[in-house]
Design a binder for this molecule. Structure first.
Ligand code: NAD
Length: 353
């Protein structure tokens, strides 16, 4: 077997364990800071206020205005609060939207970030920021965007509603599936991807029935860390390209779009990368696409793009945008093949074995 790879590791501190968010104040001090601005969405404002109260004088304010897709006007409002409060670091409590706001501020100020993730999106361990301005989503990658400290506290995820837990988990799993065939994959990224998929295979179906079980939540969050880490390490391909197209141009919801597309993009690429995707078939049973689809269906995930309000008439344009400037992919893509794949995903068909 030919071994040929580059492996670079992330400089972030990863702190994992039940109740570990109680150590946020200690981490503020460990990174040499004194005055944190706590960030959240409006929905998680009460949690952010509680955290700020726990931090005492180490918190100088709460900005609870984070929203999906990191709009630049929201970032500017948060920047004004950073200036007013004299904050010297950021504590982002929430999912990918809150992490995105923290990253957008860090990109502009180089302030250190402590992220406490409460979904499985994985943004907290990537140096990537997607932001929107005038209806256009652009992506930047920079060392200043990567959060310095991530505190994974499973007890903060027990309240994540079951439906969101399932779609967020499938969102994370998509990072791992694409990492397995990434052009710049390395032995560590592949090990992490397989372990991340296994962790979700073990935990996600059971979370549906027992969402408050701390051991299941810990296993899923561990999977989220692994899957997010590979997203930040290697390049993504067709799956992420299609999801960015649908989210960016048709405003479909982020995690749900990933959940629906994953079995279809994995089945499409399994034709070109059967050996690299063999672990997926082994973990989920059946074929690569069929196994993932059965797993998503059993967990109650949405299965059809039409459920997200996308019209059949949009599929031609979506196929055009997704193939205009394609990402590298193990199987060549063209407008016709991607249009057919989108049709199957729109209808919610199970990929053929
Ligand atoms: P989200 O952050 O928008 O959260 C969805 C909703 O769930 C919000 O209202 C949030 O407050 C609420 N929520 C979060 N955790 C909760 C909990 N434990 N209990 C109850 N409610 C909770 O959703 P997301 O899917 O985590 O993030 C999506 C965003 O992240 C998108 O904008 C996407 O582009 C971005 N993202 C970026 C990267 C990256 O590497 N740059 C990676 C993944 C996702």
């Amino acid at each position: 077997m030919k071994r040929d790879f580059v492996y670079s590791t992330s400089p972030a501190h990863i702190v994992f364990g039940e109740g570990k968010s109680a150590a946020t104040g200690e981490w503020i001090e460990k990174i040499g800071c004194h005055s944190a601005l706590v960030l959240s969405t409006p929905q998680q404002q009460a949690d952010a206020e509680r955290l700020a109260a726990q931090l005492g004088p180490r918190a100088v304010g709460v900005f609870a205005g984070a929203v999906m897709h990191t709009p630049v006007d929201v970032t500017e409002k948060a920047m004004a609060v950073v200036r007013q409060t004299g904050a010297d670091c950021l504590v982002s409590l929430g999912g990918g939207s809150t992490t995105g706001l923290g990253k957008a501020i860090a990109y502009r100020t180089d302030l250190p970030q402590i992220v406490i993730p409460t979904t499985y999106a994985g943004s907290e361990v990537t140096p990537i920021l997607g932001q929107t301005e005038a209806g256009r989503k652009t992506t930047v990658r920079s060392a200043s965007i990567l959060p310095e400290v991530v505190i994974y506290d499973p007890s903060l995820t027990t309240g994540l509603p079951v439906g969101m837990s399932v779609t967020s988990g499938l969102n994370a799993m998509a990072h791992a599936v694409e990492a397995l065939y990434a052009q710049d994959r390395n032995p560590i990224s592949s090990l992490m991807a397989v372990e991340g998929l296994r962790a979700f295979r073990e935990s996600l179906p059971q979370i549906v029935g027992r969402p408050h079980d701390p051991a299941l939540r810990a296993e899923a969050l561990y999977g989220a860390w692994l899957c997010g880490t590979v997203l930040g390490t290697v390049g993504m391909a067709l799956h992420h390209k299609i999801c960015h197209t649908l989210g960016g141009s048709f405003d479909t919801p982020h995690a749900e779009t990933h959940a629906i597309m994953l079995p279809h993009t994995a089945a499409f690429n399994a034709v070109a990368a059967p050996d690299l995707l063999a672990p997926v078939a082994k973990i989920f049973g059946s074929s690569v696409g069929g196994g993932l689809w059965d797993f998503a269906k059993a967990a109650g995930a949405p299965l059809a793009l039409k459920e997200l309000g996308l019209s059949e008439a949009d599929l031609d344009r979506a196929a055009g945008i997704a193939t205009e400037r394609p990402y590298w992919n193990p199987r060549p893509t063209d407008r016709q093949s991607i249009r057919a794949l989108l049709q199957d995903a729109w209808e919610g068909k199970r990929p053929a074995d």
